[in-house]
Design a protein around this ligand. Structure first.
Ligand SMILES: [Zn+2]
Length: 441
């Protein structure tokens, strides 16, 4: 087919030439990008049976209440965290697994002096920038026990906090998901640019204690956390009202509308549309469910991007009760939610860091144009700019502009739209979008 080849050879430069001559924005499809076959292969590795098995194992310790037995070999939070630690250690010698431990004095809902330990696995990347996937492994039941429930062994203690609290969906599901990503990503052989952290928090049910202590420690040490994917109540597909939805993940993110967390939420929806087609990511412009909390919030308080990933339809009569058992888990749904996390986490970890922008780097060009500037990102081969109606919730337009640090959108008023820019790496992976917003006054 020599003629076609010649024709193509002639047309491509012509097309590029016309493109350069036509600076008016090209309205490309939003969900259009090169899919990385390596990430597609990783998605295949996510294993429903392992996800369910992890939850069954965590529930088998009777309770994981933060104030339950820490010494007994098979009942209470001590045995549970030791199992999580050993399990993650078995995945790969590349994973650095440890307890992130705190002595917590009695205060608030922590009624006793407590040896609180988060369980953490780190997969080092080329850079210090960290991406987290998390859940909380502690559980709670406050009332409603019967003689039919499993009872603490005689050689364990008799505190109310040591009674049966299976916490299968809340939140062994989130921890199981984080563990499965630790396994798949550490065994992949891929060297990521970002350092990946897989963590199970404790003390969530007493007021986000483990996540708060950890986020404060990271902020004090100046550790750059780019993103936290917090998964809490993520494995049940049937609401207590009988409505079933195993094809939607909800993501809650704090405002304002162009906060780092909102960029992360938009990013996860974008990558899920590429890699987990048929699964809907529903973005919710709220910090968390109405009147409720989660471990992403302490990270937000320290200035980090962090979102809550959660199931579409909750079953409230199971949460914090003896009925939160593994039979309430839909492993296929949990696996799809794990793939949504994996697609976002791996894409972000393979991308360069987001470019630096400042409010005054968006200017009124020749008077009627949008002139965008940004600071280059190490490892970027190009940049993609985004804009949307100032009333819009998600990006509506995007344009790949190549390896430049300035671009002019003709006849686009900077008053009427929000603008942002992402760095693109050699394999097409894209950073979070950096947005031109006025700093808080
Ligand atoms: Zn929870």
């Amino acid at each position: 087919m020599p003629h076609l080849t010649i024709l193509r050879g002639a047309l491509l430069p012509l097309a590029l030439f016309l493109f350069v001559l036509t600076p008016a924005p090209v309205e490309s499809q939003l969900f259009q990008s090169g899919i990385d076959p390596r990430i597609e292969a990783l998605l295949e590795e996510v294993d429903e049976e392992r996800l369910l098995h992890n939850i069954e194992m965590m529930a088998s310790f009777g309770t994981r209440n933060t104030m339950s037995d820490t010494e007994h070999p098979d009942w209470g939070i001590g045995a549970a965290r030791e199992w999580i630690r050993q399990e993650m250690e078995s995945y790969s010698p590349r994973l650095q697994v440890s307890f992130d431990a705190y002595d917590v004095e009695p205060a608030g809902r922590i009624r006793y002096e407590t040896d609180l330990r988060n369980v953490k696995a780190v997969l080092p990347g080329r850079s210090e920038r960290r991406i987290y996937v998390s859940g909380h492994y502690d559980s709670v039941v406050l009332r409603g026990w019967t003689d039919d429930n499993p009872q603490p062994p005689a050689d364990s203690d008799d505190r109310a906090e040591n009674r049966f609290a299976p916490g299968a969906n809340d939140d062994a599901s989130g921890v199981s998901l984080a563990m499965e990503l630790a396994r798949v990503l550490s065994q992949s052989g891929i060297e990521f640019d970002a350092t990946l952290v897989f963590i199970g928090f404790a003390g969530e049910e007493q007021g986000l204690v483990g996540a708060r202590l950890h986020a404060q420690r990271m902020a004090a040490e100046g550790v750059p956390i780019t993103a936290v994917f917090n998964n809490d109540i993520i494995g049940n597909s049937m609401g207590g009202n009988g409505i079933v939805d195993g094809r939607t993940t909800r993501i809650f993110s704090e405002g304002p509308e162009d906060s780092l967390s909102r960029q992360l939420a938009r990013y996860i929806r974008r990558t899920a549309a590429w890699y987990v087609p048929g699964h809907k990511v529903r973005l919710i412009a709220r910090e968390d469910r109405f009147g409720r909390g989660g471990d992403h919030t302490p990270f937000n308080r320290e200035g980090f991007a962090a979102v809550r990933m959660t199931e579409s339809r909750e079953y409230y009569d199971r949460q914090h009760t003896v009925r939160d058992t593994p039979d309430g888990i839909d492993p296929g749904y949990l696996a799809r939610n794990a793939r949504v996390n994996l697609a976002g986490m791996a894409s972000l970890a393979l991308a360069p860091a987001a470019p630096g922008v400042a409010f005054n780097m968006l200017r009124r060009g020749g008077g009627y144009d949008a002139q965008l500037q940004w600071r280059p990102s190490e490892g970027a081969v190009g940049y993609r700019i985004f804009w949307r109606e100032a009333w819009g919730m998600d990006w509506e337009h995007e344009l790949y502009v190549g390896d430049v640090t300035e671009y002019i959108l003709r006849d686009i008023s900077i008053d009427d739209y929000h603008f942002g820019v992402a760095a693109v790496g050699p394999d097409g992976h894209e950073s979070l979008v950096s947005v031109y917003v006025r700093p808080p006054r």
